[in-house]
Design a protein around this ligand. Structure first.
Ligand SMILES: Cc1ncc(COP(=O)(O)O)c(C=O)c1O
Length: 425
C-alpha cells in the first residue's frame, strides 16, 4: 500500500470521490451495527450454563455453612480460593462480595477518601486537594467513579509496558496531592497492553516514594485470565512485589467473574493486606447483612481448579473475532500511514488511533452509516481526548457477520475523515 502522504492532491481528490461513492452505497443500506458493547456474546454465556447444576439441593459450603442464610462477609473459603486462582493473590488475602468489582472499587476509593483505607491511614479528604493518576487511554468507568467521588484526575501516558513510569515516579515524588493511581495491568482496557515485570515492581514501590503518605494503588485486574492464546502471557505478581517492598496495605486489587461466567450474575473479589480487608469488611457490614453466598458456592463448584480450561472455551469463540478485526484493519489501513492500532493477546478491546483531530469525525461518520461506536473521548477522563484520536473497538458481543460489516464501515470512515482533512489542509 502506498502511504497517503506521498499522494498528490489530484490523486487524493480522485480517491476521495471513490470513497464517497462507497460511503453513499453503505448509508443507503440502512445498517444497524454496534461496536460499543464490551460484554460477552451469547455463545460465551452459554459456556457457563452448567453452573445451574452445581447446587442440586446441597446448600452446605465446604465448612458446613448453610449458604442460604445471612452472614459471611469475607466470603466462602472456596470462593476466596477461586479468587486466588483468578487473581494470583493468596486466598487468605481475598474478600468476596457482590457481583461487581466496580462497586468494590467505588467502596475502596470512597473508604480511602472518607475513612482511610486501613487503620491509621489518614482519610484523603483531610488533605484538601485530592488527585489520582489515570493512565490514558483507559477505562471510562474508572473515570466516572473517580469524578463522582470528587477526586481529580491527572493523565499519564500508557505505553506498551504499562504507565510511563518515569512520569509517574516524578509526579508522585513531588506532589502530595497525588494520592493514587488506577491500573488495569493485564490486557488493559482499551489498548490490551500488559504491564512488564519492571513496571509491576516499580508500582509496588510507589507508596514508598510517594510524597503522599496515604498513596494507594488501585489494581483492577479485570482481565487476569482472559487470554486468547495458551500458554498465556504471565503478569508478574504485584502481591509478591508489594511483600518485598512492604507496601501491601497501600495496594488493593480487584477482579470478578463477570466475563468468565455471567456478566450480570458473577462474583467479585478484592485482594489486599488483612488491615485493608478488615476495614472494607467493616464498611460492607453497614450496607449488607451478608453477600449472596449461594452464587459464591455455585461459582466455586463450577470453576475452582478449572479456570484455564474454561477460559480456553471463551478464547475459541473470541480469537476469530479479534483476528478478524486485526485482518480488517491491516487490509484496509495497513501501510497508509493514517492510523495505528493494537493487537491484544487477550481482554475485550482493540484501541485504534487515527490522525490527531479526527476521532470525533470518524465516530460521527460511522453513526451516519449506521454503526454505533463508543464516543470519541470516552477513553480519557472527563471525555476529553486532548488529541482527539483514540477510538475503542469492542469486538466480543457482535456476531461474526455483523462484526465484519462493522469493520468495513469503520475503516471506510477512517479513510474518509483522513482524506477530507488532508485535502482541507
Ligand atoms: C477494566 C474493567 N474493570 C472492571 C470492569 C467491570 O467489572 P465488574 O463487572 O466486575 O464490575 C470492566 C468491564 O468492562 C472493565 O473493563
Amino acid at each position: 500500500m502506498t502511504a497517503w502522504s506521498t499522494l498528490s492532491t489530484e490523486q487524493l481528490s480522485a480517491l476521495r470521490e471513490r470513497l464517497r461513492a462507497d460511503f453513499a452505497r453503505l448509508t443507503s443500506n440502512r445498517l444497524s451495527l454496534d461496536l460499543t458493547r464490551g460484554k460477552p456474546g451469547a455463545a460465551q454465556l452459554d459456556l457457563s450454563n452448567g453452573i445451574d447444576d452445581t447446587i442440586n439441593g446441597d446448600y452446605r459450603s465446604r465448612e458446613g455453612i448453610d449458604v442460604r442464610n445471612y452472614g459471611g462477609l469475607r466470603g466462602l473459603v472456596e470462593a476466596r480460593e477461586l479468587g486466588s486462582e483468578i487473581m494470583d493473590v493468596p486466598a487468605t488475602n481475598i474478600l468476596v462480595s457482590g457481583n461487581s468489582s466496580l462497586s468494590l472499587m467505588y467502596l475502596a476509593m470512597e473508604t480511602a477518601l472518607r475513612n482511610g483505607l486501613s487503620q491509621g491511614m489518614t482519610p484523603w479528604q483531610k488533605s484538601g486537594r485530592v488527585r489520582v493518576l489515570t493512565p490514558v487511554p483507559g477505562y471510562d468507568r474508572h473515570f466516572a467513579l473517580t469524578a463522582a467521588l470528587g477526586v481529580e484526575m491527572l493523565n499519564v501516558a500508557l505505553t506498551d509496558t504499562g504507565p510511563d513510569m518515569q512520569a509517574v515516579q516524578e509526579l508522585v515524588r513531588t506532589d502530595s496531592s497525588i494520592k493514587g493511581i488506577w491500573c488495569v495491568p493485564k490486557y488493559a482496557n482499551p489498548t490490551g497492553c500488559i504491564y512488564s515485570d519492571e513496571t509491576v515492581r516499580q508500582i509496588a514501590e510507589l507508596p514508598h516514594i510517594a510524597a503522599a503518605e496515604d498513596f494507594i494503588v488501585f489494581w483492577d485486574n479485570a482481565y487476569a485470565v482472559h487470554d486468547l492464546e495458551f500458554p498465556p502471557l504471565k503478569l508478574a505478581s504485584l502481591f509478591e512485589a508489594a511483600q518485598i517492598a512492604g507496601t501491601q496495605d497501600h495496594i488493593v486489587q480487584f477482579g470478578s467473574t463477570s466475563k468468565i461466567t455471567f456478566a450480570g450474575a458473577g462474583i467479585a473479589f478484592v485482594g489486599s493486606a488483612e488491615s485493608v480487608l478488615a476495614r472494607l469488611e467493616e464498611r460492607i457490614s453497614v450496607m449488607t447483612v451478608g453477600p449472596d453466598k449461594l452464587n459464591q458456592l455455585r461459582h466455586a463448584r463450577f470453576l475452582l481448579g478449572r479456570v484455564t480450561e474454561h477460559m480456553q472455551g471463551h478464547a475459541q469463540i473470541l480469537k476469530p473475532k479479534f483476528t478478524m478485526v486485526a485482518d480488517k484493519l491491516e487490509s484496509a489501513l495497513g501501510g497508509l500511514g493514517i492510523a495505528s492500532w493494537t493487537n491484544p493477546r487477550g481482554g475485550y478491546f482493540v484501541s485504534l488511533d487515527v490522525m490527531p483531530g479526527l476521532a470525533k469525525r470518524v465516530v460521527a461518520l460511522a453513526k451516519e452509516a449506521g454503526l454505533a461506536m463508543t464516543a470519541a473521548g470516552a477513553t480519557f477522563p472527563y471525555g476529553l481526548d486532548p488529541e482527539d484520536r483514540n477510538i475503542r473497538i469492542a469486538p466480543t458481543f457482535a456476531e461474526p457477520d455483523a462484526l465484519e460489516a462493522a469493520m468495513d464501515v469503520l475503516t471506510l470512515c477512517v479513510k474518509i475523515a483522513t482524506i477530507e482533512s488532508m485535502i482541507d489542509q
